[in-house]
Ligand binder design. Structure first.
Ligand code: NDP
Length: 290
């Protein structure tokens, strides 16, 4: 049978990879991008370039957005908002959960059905097995378009609240950026002492496995509000983060990340959690800093 046509707006690295995945799966694809020339090679590969945003919206019921953020969505769609009526807009742009909810309400006011999504893989993995996207929004809308969306990545619908995809996505981005930055920081530290990154690498990999192995116990303790300090205390952990900060300063590398950690752990001790375990820091993390 004929495959569902898709309109794709936003031809950054992600949007371009999505267009190629859809074309490869036999879907007709209409594209639009602010910088029109970014469509040139995609047109030669079979995509149709719309002359205006309104034409792009008119071309297909299913409209996928791959833009930098929600401000870009308004910049692109507001001038053509009348053409949103009856469309299914799937916004795969990253932003905060609240902006995702506001965007869903805005689209609904213009007569569009709306899903949000957070793609968990970089462009080269779009269209590949093992890739995944968090979706949220009305389940019936997701189910109706699931097969086409699964051409892009595996699709994981987290719930009806349009903010949920960004809750999961930004939570994992927090893990992603802090973890990778921690390794860059560690490489700067060992590098300042003449240790090549390759020599540090196996230890970094083992530390990542150890950290993963702690996750179930941490989740259980946090859920139970149970922070026994019998094996290791937060006071000891705070001393440890102070030592890591001292090592960064001694080495003359940037100390922003270790200083932030040491400050956070110190606040946990100051709040009276010194004799409890590391997980008691959750009490500090659940509210903004004073
Ligand atoms: P880019 O930021 O490179 O893509 C931007 C697209 O948004 C371009 O088409 C750009 O148009 C358009 N754009 C930005 N601002 C405006 C504006 N004010 N008006 C009109 N168009 C605008 O993003 P990526 O393709 O890398 O990623 C897209 C989304 O996917 C982002 O939200 C990103 O966080 C997320 N993501 C990215 C990953 C990656 O590895 N790249 C991985 C997972 C998710 P123009 O070409 O004219 O500049």
């Amino acid at each position: 049978g004929t495959k569902q046509g898709v309109t794709l707006i936003g031809l950054g690295p992600m949007g371009r990879a999505m267009v190629r995945a859809l074309l490869a799966a036999g879907h007709p694809v209409t594209v639009w991008n602010r910088t029109a020339s970014r469509a040139d090679d995609l047109v030669s590969e079979g995509a149709v370039q719309a002359g205006t945003v309104a034409d792009a919206l008119a071309a297909n019921e299913l409209v996928v957005l791959s833009l930098t953020d929600y401000a870009a969505m308004y910049a692109v769609l507001e001038p053509a908002a009348a053409a949103l009526d009856g469309r299914v807009v799937v916004n795969l742009s990253s932003d905060t959960p609240e902006r995702a909810r506001e965007g869903a309400a805005w689209a609904a006011r213009h007569g569009a059905r709306y899903l949000t999504g957070g793609v968990q893989v970089p462009a080269p993995l779009v269209g590949q097995p093992g890739s995944a996207t968090f979706y949220s929004g009305p389940e019936d809308v997701f189910e109706a378009h699931r097969a086409t969306l699964e051409v892009l990545t595996e699709a994981d619908h987290r719930g009806a609240d349009p903010g949920l995809s960004q809750v999961y996505y930004q939570a994992l981005m927090t893990v992603f950026w802090t973890t990778l930055t921690a390794h860059l920081q560690a490489q700067a530290l060992v590098g300042a002492h003449g240790v090549p990154a390759a020599e540090y690498l196996p230890y970094a990999a083992r530390a990542a496995e150890t950290a993963s192995s702690f996750l179930p116990a941490i989740a259980a303790d946090v859920a139970a509000g149970r922070h026994p300090g019998d094996e290791a205390t937060l006071a000891m952990c705070a001393a440890s983060t102070d030592h890591a900060l001292g090592a960064a300063r001694e080495a003359g590398v940037d100390a922003t990340v270790p200083a932030a950690l040491a400050a956070l752990f110190g606040r946990g001790v100051a709040a009276g959690h010194g004799a409890e375990s590391f997980t008691s820091l959750t009490e500090v993390l659940r509210k903004p800093a004073a």
